[in-house]
Design a protein around this ligand. Structure first.
Ligand code: UDP
Ligand code: MN
Length: 251
């Protein structure tokens, strides 16, 4: 019997009006994937009850963990290292609990074709593939010329050794475990590059190309419009109605 390698999906998330909508979509994508273990890691001090409830009714095997962004980064002006504490918590969990398989950083707001999960399952070291809707160029991908690697296409190269999107690569658990210091830096814009560099020794020529030699887009860096927190319900007017229960489900 051939055993299919487990997939560990590391999802950073945080409380906001869109959170449950995003996680519902991702949960119902993952419900189509075999042998998956979902690490849902909240940037929060306490677990959001609606997240706990959603996770338990999907039937997906999961961990619900917490990893608040350190205060020093939260207070900083300008761009913040979004999802970094969460992803590092995921790596820590893998080091303590996983021995084989593949892991992938799947943000809660992206759009995933379920085929991408079967593509990444065979990763031996680090695999990569194209990501749609990424930066103004609309695309981030390794470039293959006559089938051989010849660099990266991305709207923002910025001197990065690995100018790729978070949604564009997966890593073998064994490969990670052989690199006890690998981690993601708290460096906005350089999270992917910093993490992939921390996997040294690892060079671009070792990348395994997926999605039919990087000719198919199976994941999209979608972004949801931000919604304002909902207004309070007038309890004097709607006290004994369904609106009270519904309002509790909305941030
Ligand atoms: N995120 C988080 N804390 C934050 C902001 C974002 O945990 O303060 C998570 C978010 O849920 C997502 C990931 O980090 O899974 C990337 O954030 P976002 O989608 O806002 O970044 P973008 O895609 O715009 O770079
Ligand atoms: Mn996003």
């Amino acid at each position: 019997m051939r055993i299919i390698p487990p997939l560990y999906i590391i999802t950073p998330t945080y409380r906001r009006p869109e959170q449950i909508a995003e996680l519902t979509r991702l949960a119902q994508t993952l419900m189509h994937v075999q042998n998956v273990h979902w690490l849902v890691i909240e940037d929060a001090k306490e677990k959001t009850p609606h997240v706990t409830e959603l996770l338990s009714r999907t039937g997906i095997s999961f961990e619900h963990l917490l990893a608040p962004m350190p205060e020093s980064y939260k207070l900083r002006k300008g761009s913040k290292p979004r999802g970094v504490s969460n992803r590092n918590r995921g790596l820590e969990w893998l080091r303590e609990n996983a021995t084989s398989g593949v892991f992938y950083f799947a943000d809660d707001d992206n759009t995933y074709d379920i085929k991408i999960f079967e593509e990444m399952r065979s990763t031996e070291k680090v695999s990569m593939w194209p990501v749609g809707l990424c930066t103004k160029t609309g695309l981030s991908t390794p470039i293959l010329k006559n089938g051989s690697f010849s660099g990266f296409f991305d709207g923002w190269i910025a001197g990065r050794k690995f100018p790729v999107d978070m949604a564009g690569f997966a890593v073998s658990v064994k490969f990670l475990l052989e690199r006890p210091r690998a981690a993601m830096p708290y460096k906005p814009g350089f999270e992917e590059d910093g993490f992939l560099k921390s996997l040294a020794p690892f060079e671009p020529k070792q990348i395994e190309f997926k999605a039919q030699n990087c000719t198919k887009i199976l994941v999209w860096h979608t972004q949801t419009r931000k919604n304002e927190p909902a207004l309070a319900i007038d309890t004097a007017k709607y006290g004994n109605t369904n609106l009270i229960m519904l309002r509790q489900q909305i941030v």
